[in-house]
Design a protein around this ligand. Structure first.
Ligand code: FES
Length: 199
């Protein structure tokens, strides 16, 4: 193994070089701790502008989602934020779960279309009622559905509550696209997560 000074452990033989190697090893340990702390902080950080939305491929590696991966009328597609520059998957916090739904652009008003990217909308995947995973779809009304207590959210109205006990809208995440990939364009409209106590 090599230390940051390029000295191998086999070279740490004399008392003088041993002390030198000990100092370098400690420094390497501190640098490693720093990198681990940074990675932990970064992968739990909220999605930020420029992150891709990704899913895992068959080997568990992040694969940036493209617009055509989100099908019109399908149930919500789960995704997580991913920074391709440093390879960090922001999966350290469950509150970073994101879901994507898509509408035919011709069915959207100009305002709705402006809040989407080519008809694709992104929302928090955590229900603001009691924090269940939001995974389902009411195809008849075209609403996002949380099965825990049947709250429904309107993707075309910025996640407004359409039915059920949820006390507030599902946070929406602004999007843009680059070379066909879905890219995060800003922060959640409000803090994701469920209420701690509900009457
Ligand atoms: S946790 Fe989603 S409706 Fe209650």
């Amino acid at each position: 193994m090599r230390t940051p000074g390029g000295r191998s452990s086999g070279e740490c033989l004399t008392r003088r070089t041993a002390l030198h190697c000990l100092a370098l090893s400690s420094m390497a340990g501190l640098l490693g701790e720093g990198r681990r702390a940074f990675a932990t902080e970064a992968d739990g950080a909220r999605p930020r502008e420029g992150d891709r939305l990704a899913a895992e491929d068959a080997e568990g590696n992040p694969k940036a989602l493209k617009l055509q991966d989100v099908k019109i009328g399908d149930k919500p597609l789960g995704a997580f934020p991913f920074n391709p520059a440093d390879g960090i998957k922001r999966e350290g916090s469950r509150l970073n779960r994101i879901i994507l739904v898509r509408f035919d652009s011709r069915d959207l008003t100009p305002d709705q279309l402006a809040r989407s990217v080519d008809g694709v909308f992104a929302f928090s995947g955590v229900c603001p009622h009691r924090g269940c995973d939001v995974t389902e779809w009411n195809d008849k009304d075209r609403m996002i559905l949380c099965y825990c207590h049947l709250s429904q959210f309107d993707p075309r109205d910025q996640g407004a509550v359409f039915a059920g006990p949820a006390p507030r809208p599902l946070p929406i995440l602004p999007l843009k696209s680059e070379q066909g990939e879905i890219v995060i364009a800003g922060e959640f409209s409000s803090e994701p997560g469920g209420a701690k106590a509900i009457d």
